[in-house]
Design a binder for this molecule. Structure first.
Ligand SMILES: [Zn+2]
Length: 322
């Protein structure tokens, strides 16, 4: 009984916080905003975008990276509601890694949501872009042809695929559904690996870089639980399965640790998020907020921004022989 009362209080407080800080819904009475918003439509006010000064503007074409999961589902739902009102266009893009039994199931949920919102889903696959599905990459890895963990391949290919999609679709922004849990995990992982410089590159709003469509992450003040709740209360279809390769990841360990610590010391995830933001403020004071990164090089294979002669995706592609 105590557990039920406790859960109810947690859900109630989450909803109140969500409505106060993240988004709020209103039922429209009357036809004054037709045809954009009709009588009895729900209107969502996204309270987050304004905190970053990166809200979509009229004329923007925003590629929304959708996975079929809850975070990107909530993001697509909110942005597509805002699009007509503000006058920007939303283009959902799904990166299909080719993970059988996982992505194909999630794809169906993404398609359902797009149909519901009247949007056409664009699919960009690893197979087409890099010559191999993620399952084939893992097979090559298990046969000893290449070394590395699943996420070290997938992270590089995913970023490249989404940017490729944004360039082809002539997008002005790429919106990603990263939540507070994701940011806290990434920040901590980089510290634990002594790769602090990654925290400098990892941005809530990317710095401008030639050849790279800036990514924005409007849901970073939402916890994972809040987006799940938002999807459930708004009837947003999503796939709940875990990536079969995610158990290999360091991230899964860090996620488990943070969830346990949050139980014992509520607020640690947000403390990490705030430490991350503070860190970026200090860096911005030093390096200037919107300046283009200096000494950027470009991949000699594909012309993408790169830190070396070739970009990471082309390096991996070469190693895989695809
Ligand atoms: Zn390249």
């Amino acid at each position: 009984m105590q557990a039920i009362i406790r859960s109810s209080v947690v859900v109630f407080v989450s909803v109140v916080l969500l409505r106060l800080f993240v988004m709020d819904s209103f039922i429209v009475r009357g036809d004054s905003m037709a045809p954009t918003v009709l009588n009895y439509d729900y209107v969502f006010i996204n309270k987050l975008a304004y905190r970053f000064g990166n809200e979509p503007k009229r004329g923007d074409l925003v590629v929304v990276g959708v996975s079929g999961g809850k975070d990107s589902g909530a993001l697509l739902y909110i942005l597509s509601k805002m699009a007509g009102e503000i006058g920007f266009e939303v283009k959902p893009v799904l990166v299909d890694e080719g993970i059988h039994g996982y992505r194909n199931k999630a794809l169906k949920e993404a398609e359902k949501l797009c149909e519901k919102r009247g949007l056409e889903l664009e699919i960009f696959s690893y197979k087409k872009l890099f010559g191999k599905t993620m399952d084939e990459v893992m097979k090559a890895r298990d046969e000893g042809k290449v070394k590395g963990k699943a996420c070290s391949f997938c992270g590089v290919f995913r970023k490249k695929a989404l940017n490729q999609a944004a360039l082809e679709l002539k997008a002005t922004k790429v919106a990603i559904g990263h939540n507070a849990d994701d940011v806290a995990q990434t920040f901590l992982m980089n510290l634990l690996r002594a790769e602090g410089e990654r925290n400098e590159r990892f941005r809530i709003v990317d710095k401008p870089k030639k050849g790279f469509v800036p990514r924005v992450r409007p849901l970073v003040f939402n916890t994972e639980k809040e987006t799940a709740l938002f999807c459930l209360t708004n009837d947003i279809p999503f796939h709940l399965g875990e990536c079969p390769y995610s158990s290999e990841a360091f991230r899964a360990e860090v996620k488990g640790f943070l969830n346990e610590t949050e139980e014992k010391y509520p607020g640690v995830k947000f403390n990490l998020l705030h430490s991350f933001l503070q860190n970026q403020e200090w860096l911005d004071e030093k390096t200037g907020k919107s300046g283009e990164e200096k000494e950027m090089r470009y991949c000699e294979e594909c012309s993408s921004p790169s830190s070396g002669r070739k970009c990471k995706a082309c390096e991996l592609k070469e190693k895989l022989g695809s």
